[in-house]
Ligand binder design. Structure first.
Ligand code: HEC
Length: 124
């Protein structure tokens, strides 16, 4: 491979940009179910399915998906995903289906965390 390509790959790996971009997280974790629509998972790019979900609002949808919803395992089955990483991946998915969401800022993450805390306390 060309030297510049190796340098680029090395830089990406070293900066950990790879594992942390939403698209890469989607491919590594979520695509197993969301590309084919396994077990009723809303498919990537399905504007009808995602249209309804987008209406639930970014805070609620991200927090609930993080905790798990019916066939959707908590954090998509990846225990090491942070709320921010998970929520950024939800942004990627929503926007693939016509959404216009942005990666959550501190204030929005706070609201997501508050909902997660409240709902996990209620489950106990
Ligand atoms: C093992 C399969 C599986 C994996 C892996 C998975 N999902 Fe899901 N997901 C589902 C299913 C099934 C549903 C539909 C749940 C329902 O409404 O019954 C779902 C629903 C969702 C929803 C909608 C939640 C709601 O409130 O209705 C979001 C958001 C979501 N997934 C995000 C993700 C993200 C982000 C990842 C990766 C980090 C991921 N999923 C990985 C199966 C999966």
């Amino acid at each position: 491979m060309h030297k510049t390509v190796w340098t680029l790959l090395f830089t990406l790996a070293a900066s950990n940009a790879w594992a942390t971009t939403a698209e890469e997280t989607y491919k590594a974790v979520c695509s197993a179910c969301h590309t084919q629509g396994l077990a009723g998972a809303p498919k990537l790019g399905d504007a009808k399915a995602w249209g309804k979900l987008i209406k639930e609002g970014q805070v609620n949808l991200s927090a609930d998906g993080y905790l798990g919803v019916r066939g959707m395992p908590a954090r998509g089955g990846r225990a090491d995903l942070t709320v921010a990483q998970f929520a950024n991946t939800v942004v990627y998915m929503a926007n693939q289906a016509g959404g216009n969401w942005r990666e959550p800022d501190e204030a929005m993450l706070k609201k997501m965390n508050a909902r997660i805390d409240k709902r996990s306390a209620a489950k106990k």
